[in-house]
Design a protein. Structure first.
Length: 317
């Protein structure tokens, strides 16, 4: 099928939007639930922090591998396989109780997300033309933002209703549904010819200021976001919030970040805000938010932390 015909049929991109929603829902929903339920699970802070890090660690380690695989076999098989893997590890998390089951399931979900999440965004880029790509990327980003915002709330409802297994089962069903929809509705994307790159070229690209500085900013922002998503619900339960209230803090963070990002982008496009100023300001807001949580462990203080961290993430990224 020609690319132009694909571009003329926006519904064919809808399964990719669902894939983006799935990875965001899984990332924030599970992390927030683990934070809210840590005492009931019986974990120490070290065990909790280690489990939070597993998801992102799996993504960091395996994204290059799955990126190379996409270059060889195309993005659609990688998206479908990643979603099915995500569903399989979600089933494992639902069926295997205890710390080991949660750790393995969380690492497996991160590994699967490292396959289908970047491949989904790459497919959106390949299946659209220059005149419509920005619009469809905006829709893809909106669905991911919706997953980040609704994940903690939907997760809280499921956890209150049926415990952690209910949340894992919901993610398993979502993963299977998204995989089937992608396989049936998303057109095959031809594999692009690969450009030969030497180790010297790679080293030069990795150490270039234009790559290194934004990457460090993104790494710091991502790390702070991962900590906030898990530890805000944990701190919320310690100051008297219930499961729904503590996990709703993450929804506030996600909504603020989603609202700030387009505003910062518009200011940058109009020349009112430089990349450096946005990055420094965003990191400063994140630092202020963390300080508020440390100095004022109160529901209002945690709400302010969610707002500051969300605004910082939106500005820096």
């Amino acid at each position: 099928m020609r690319e132009s015909s694909v571009t003329a049929a926006p519904p064919r991109l809808a399964p990719l939007y669902l894939a983006g929603f799935t990875t965001a829902f899984g990332a924030h929903g599970i992390a927030a639930a683990l934070g809210a339920e840590t005492e009931d699970i019986g974990w120490t802070l070290l065990a909790f922090g280690f489990t939070l890090a597993l998801y992102d660690l799996a993504e960091v380690l395996l994204k290059p591998l799955f990126g190379a695989l996409s270059d060889r076999i195309g993005v659609r098989p990688v998206i479908t396989g990643g979603l099915l893997g995500f569903a399989a590890f979600s089933v494992l998390g639902a069926l295997v109780p205890g710390t080991v089951g949660l750790i393995v399931a969380r690492f497996g979900q991160g590994a699967a997300a490292s396959a289908f999440s970047p491949a989904s965004s790459a497919a959106v880029a390949r299946l659209t033309d220059d005149s419509s790509r920005g619009r469809y990327f905006g829709r893809y980003g909106s669905w991911k933002s919706l997953g980040y915002a609704l994940g903690p709330l939907l997760g809280a409802v499921l956890v209150v209703w049926g415990g952690m297994p209910a949340l894992f089962w919901a993610l398993a069903v979502l993963g299977v549904a998204a995989a089937a929809w992608v396989a049936l509705a998303v057109p095959a994307v031809p594999v692009l010819p690969r450009k030969r790159v030497t180790l010297v070229d790679l080293g030069r690209e990795l150490t270039a200021p234009g790559f290194l500085v934004p990457t460090l900013v993104l790494a710091a922002t991502t790390g702070a976001l991962a900590v906030a998503v898990g530890f805000l619900p944990l701190l919320g339960t310690k100051v008297g919030l219930d499961t729904l209230g503590s996990m709703a803090l993450v929804t506030v963070l996600a909504v603020v970040a989603s609202a700030i990002q387009p505003l910062i982008g518009a200011w940058h496009d109009r020349g009112r805000l430089s990349v450096r100023t946005g990055a420094i300001g965003g990191l400063a807001l994140i630092a202020v938010g963390i300080a508020v949580a440390a100095l004022w462990p109160h529901p209002i203080g945690l709400l302010l932390t969610a707002v500051f961290v969300g605004a910082g993430v939106g500005a820096a990224t």
